[in-house]
Design a protein around this ligand. Sequence first.
Ligand code: PLP
Length: 388
Amino acid sequence: MSFQPDHYITEDIKAIPPSGIRKFFDLCANSKDIISLGVGEPDFVSPWTIREACVYSLEKGYTMYTSNYGMLELRQEIVRYLYERFGLCYDENKEVIVTVGASEAIDMALRTLINPGDEVLIPEPCYVSYQACTLMSHGKPVMIPTTAEKSFKLTPADIEAKITPKSKVLMLSFPNNPTGAVLTEDELLALAEVVKKHDLIVISDEIYSELTYEQEPVSFASLPDMKERTILVSGLSKAFAMTGWRVGYIACDAEFIQAMVKIHQYTILCAPIMGQMAAIEAFRNGIKEVVRMRTEYDHRRRYIVKKAKDIGLDMVTPEGAFYAFPSIEKFGMDCETFATRLLQEKRVAVVPGNAFGKSGEGFIRCSYATSMKQIEEAFHRIDQFING
Ligand SMILES: Cc1ncc(COP(=O)(O)O)c(C=O)c1O
């Protein structure tokens, strides 16, 4: 009998669908002249001062493992940042761990919290890893649809409707990828009541918290009684344009950190020292660059909001991250057909909304982490596509 790799792969892993984003991008990998509003990463190169700090550290020979928790200097910077930005108090010795991006943090948090069959409440549309990582932890993802009618905001009633005796974790992700929705402090406070009432633990993915345009960001952990119940996940990828450096972090109660570091030390050891060196510099001297990039994203966002209105593309105004999520329902196509035809006929790449869950059907995600010139041309072509 011929050797069949499939025979050896677990049923659990086979059951996990590939990322809808990847699936779509494989389709356009070899095409030329495409304007892409598809990517979920900053179009900026990491600021020079950050790159220089890494180069300098290499010249000095910093090439070794660090503590499993991450370099103490970096943890101190994270703690300082969380205090200055959100008024949060964490202990750098016990309550922070540096991870390989927010991605590792999400996976590690879920694996630490989930017993087989435990339910994870996941507002949808959402970032693609939450459901897959829940399944890989043998948990049960319970999706909570959010709608354009309610500006893609999550309400206490939405959560209540999905609570069962097995509910354990609530994933929060605001500012949201892909909708750009942001929750106000009052809206978060209302969610906190439900969290307390049902004794939930929250994984709050705050990777986009530096990218809010209409209000100052609020960390879920900063709300009354929520610090102990919140695994705060964040990282440098988006705010500092540092996707390739792979540096994220978790801040939470020391007991959770102790549990999570078991996974981290046996699977990862530590985040790369080069990335950590760069991250220290980012927190020390990179914040003004964050402000500069945020201002530019906001400029693009305003253009898209106006342009979408002008060309008859219905859209909830995005208030955070760098995504717009217009409805394409009225054009009589499902989102995959719309995205495929837009790509083939007008050479513009967007992501079909259903890549972010069933409730994303009827929408497309347009990233504005690309230059103004590209955005203008893309929307000119979208206009031609929908209005002829
Ligand atoms: C909501 C959200 N969380 C986490 C990540 C992963 O971030 P990182 O690069 O820090 O792993 C992304 C990346 O697109 C994201 O959109």
